[in-house]
Design a binder for this molecule. Sequence first.
Ligand SMILES: [Fe+2]
Length: 289
Amino acid sequence: MINVTGFRYCRLGTANLEDTVTFAQDIIGLEVVGRENGFVYTRGDDRDHNICYFQGDPADQTMGLELDTFEELDGAESALKALGLAVHRGTEEEAAARRCMGYINFKDPSGNSIDLTVRPFASGRRYFPSRDAGIDEFSHIGLCVTNPREAEKFWSTVFNFKTSDWIGWSALMTFDAVHHRFALFPSARPGIQHINFQVKETDDIMKSDYFLKDHQVRIQAGPGRHSLSGARFLYFYGPDNMIYEYSCGVRMVDETWRARQFPVADASFCAWGCSPDLSVVLEGSSAAD
Ligand SMILES: [Fe+2]
């Protein structure tokens, strides 16, 4: 089993790099920590970076995870190849662009591009926010999968992910104590469905709700409270229709936690009564049959 120990970064192509970076700074509240060879590195916590943007196809998206050792990286490469998956061993230059000492890239069975990194960089400087959004951690993503049951099986048998809860066929999975690091959403195509940053408290959610509306940012859902994880949330659209989320107070789970099945319904998504767009958990649901 491939043992993931860290949730590290997203690499996102964007149709207009400068507009996207401006949005990341002025609206989301991320810090730009570097610009190199067309890559712009941004973050919302003290790690080297959380999101690396580059001019390119917005469908070109990669999620970066962390393994502890090069031995585990070698083992992961063999295990993924044995499953018939194409694996690319990153060059030194490519590893430098990902701010880590080594990595491999592969496509999961849905076609999602995943980097497995070893010794990704820490930073000697603390996160200095570009606006007071209250962000304190890059925490999880929504991941589009073409067959949610197969995807859940892949991440829980080939990798050390465990399911914390289900809403419909969507599994919310984690490799550590945080309720979810991946929320798997049925979809006709792969991709990152949303990117979550934790904020300190509910006040930050509400302040951002007013801030985003004042700046004509389209809200996707919320403010609300997730019935599954307990987190207060706010989702909004950024450039390239990427959805970003602020949330706080996500539930922690341990080995005694038993996954619960929730139906696809407003009350499963929001305990406060907001009416979210449930198409994200319904789209392509027949693929699960
Ligand atoms: Fe989320």
